[in-house]
Ligand binder design. Structure first.
Ligand SMILES: [Zn+2]
Length: 472
């Protein structure tokens, strides 16, 4: 049995078959962050989910091209840029850098392409021109360009593929210019927004005059430019289903670039919301966390990652600080078991046993629409059995090496055991200097070096085998 996934388009679990006739290449696009502030842990649930999808496809032998865009121009950003008196680039680059640091701390693999909307203005304009030629986009008096849902539908297209919309209640001619709007206000949406005073210096020239793109068209242009007019997987949080993803389909299929009978995207996958302490996250409730808030409380990135992938991606998940503590304990059990195996394997390298209970149990669970709960059950059964065997009769080094290889293979998908980072040479040099100072009983200098290391994010642990430098 192969992988099946829940496709929002059909509202059902379908076998995953890539568009590539060879069945190898997979194009995956996930809507990335809008870099107007630090991303919160609700945002990161989506990105960790995308990371698991990408890693599992890798594991299954597909050749994945993972694209995640950076939205660096849209309504919210422009508002913030105005308040900050900074240039668009200056303002967004700070949050973009923070975002990638957080992504790394959460053990996510870097997407292969990380396109910026502001670098794709050319393809965005071309796409709008195509919609205009096809009579689906129209200009308004102020120099903006809107998408006409009525003309799109007249052409035989369906608006409302991802969710059922009551289009009869739609009032023709009504328009919405903001990037985010509610289901109740289904209306023609902006593709190009003409320059207004509040936009300041954020504008580009276009056939319709100075202005900037709408948010939805950015993703259509970037995804099709990099993955082609039809690609396999489009991911995002469920809050993006409407209007963002519905509009992406309308723009991309409205431009009619796909081959006959093909859709813009074959499988749409959406991750559910994250509640924090049982409630929707909000600054006023005090349950609003960015990743850095949690790291400052002493939690580790991999603990947050573990908790985010402990529940199925389509389940609303209640994230609490209590169960983040539980994540530490659970990871500790896995670490203890694998470090015993590592010790016993004594450096011996073995190939994984793909018929083992751990590997087959894991694959069976993940093939079923990424059923992580069942996958974790297979992992913890394995931990329990291995511990029992270790305590009873012991494990020889060959078996230990195979068990470890099985685990390493699975961890390539779960990504919760990150290989320890080797300290850079300047850090090692400081550690050696500290050793020398201690030998000379120069404890003041030794303490000073310890502080210096800690300021650089490293700690030193004195073990019976000598000092060990590790990430703080
Ligand atoms: Zn998007």
């Amino acid at each position: 049995m192969g992988l099946s996934v829940f496709n929002t388009l059909s509202r059902s679990v379908e076998p995953f078959v890539p568009l590539d006739p060879e069945g190898e290449k997979v194009g995956l696009y996930c809507c990335g962050p809008t870099v107007h502030d630090f991303a919160h842990i609700g945002n990161f649930r989506t990105f960790v989910f995308a990371d698991i999808v990408r890693r599992y496809l890798d594991f299954k032998g597909f050749k994945v091209r993972h694209v995640m865009n950076i939205t660096d121009v849209e309504d919210k950003i422009i508002r913030r840029v105005n308040e900050s008196n900074k240039s668009l680039k200056e303002y967004t680059s700070k949050y973009e850098e923070a975002f990638f640091n957080d992504l790394e701390a959460l053990g996510c693999l870097m997407p292969d392409d990380r396109p910026h909307a502001t670098k794709f203005i050319g393809p965005i304009i071309e796409l709008i021109k195509k919609l205009e030629e096809r009579g689906i986009a129209y200009r308004t008096n102020d120099g903006s360009v809107y998408f006409s849902i009525e003309n799109y539908r007249k052409g035989g297209n369906c608006y409302g593929q991802l969710l059922n919309l009551n289009l009869d209640e739609m009032r023709p001619g009504e328009r919405v210019s903001s990037d985010e709007y509610e289901k109740e206000s289904i209306a023609d949406f902006a593709l190009w927004k003409s320059r207004v005073t509040e936009d300041g210096e954020v504008f580009w020239n276009s056939p319709w005059g100075e202005g900037r793109p709408g948010w939805h068209i950015e993703c259509s242009a970037m995804s099709m430019e990099l993955l082609g007019p039809s690609f396999d997987l489009h991911l995002g949080g469920e809050d993006l289903v409407f209007p963002h993803h519905e509009d992406e389909i309308a723009q991309s299929e409205g431009a009619c670039l796909q081959c006959d009978g093909q859709k813009f995207v074959k499988y749409w996958m959406h991750g559910s919301h994250l509640l924090v302490e049982g409630k929707k996250m909000s600054k006023s409730l005090g349950n609003f966390f960015t990743l850095r808030d949690l790291l400052a409380k002493g939690f580790a990135g991999r603990e947050v990652r573990y908790l985010m992938i402990s529940a199925h991606y389509r389940e609303t998940f209640n994230f609490t600080l209590d169960n983040l503590g539980g994540a530490k304990t659970a990871l500790g059990r896995i670490d203890e078991c694998t470090s015993k195996l590592r010790e016993l394997s004594a450096g011996k390298i073995a190939s994984p046993d793909n018929d083992s209970k751990l590997v087959t149990g894991f694959i069976k669970a993940m093939d079923d629409d990424l059923n992580v709960s069942a996958a974790w059950a297979a992992v913890f059964d394995w931990v329990r059995n291995t511990n029992r065997q270790l305590a009873a009769e012991g494990i020889d080094n060959n078996t230990a090496a195979i068990e470890l290889a099985n685990w390493d293979q699975i961890n390539k998908v779960l990504g919760i055991q990150i290989a320890e980072q080797k300290p850079p040479s300047e850090i090692l040099a400081l550690a050696e200097e500290r050793q020398a100072a201690r030998k000379n009983k120069d404890f003041a200098r030794s303490d000073q070096i310890r502080d210096e290391l800690s300021a650089k994010g490293w700690t030193i642990e004195d073990t019976p085998k000598g000092p060990r430098v590790k990430r703080a």
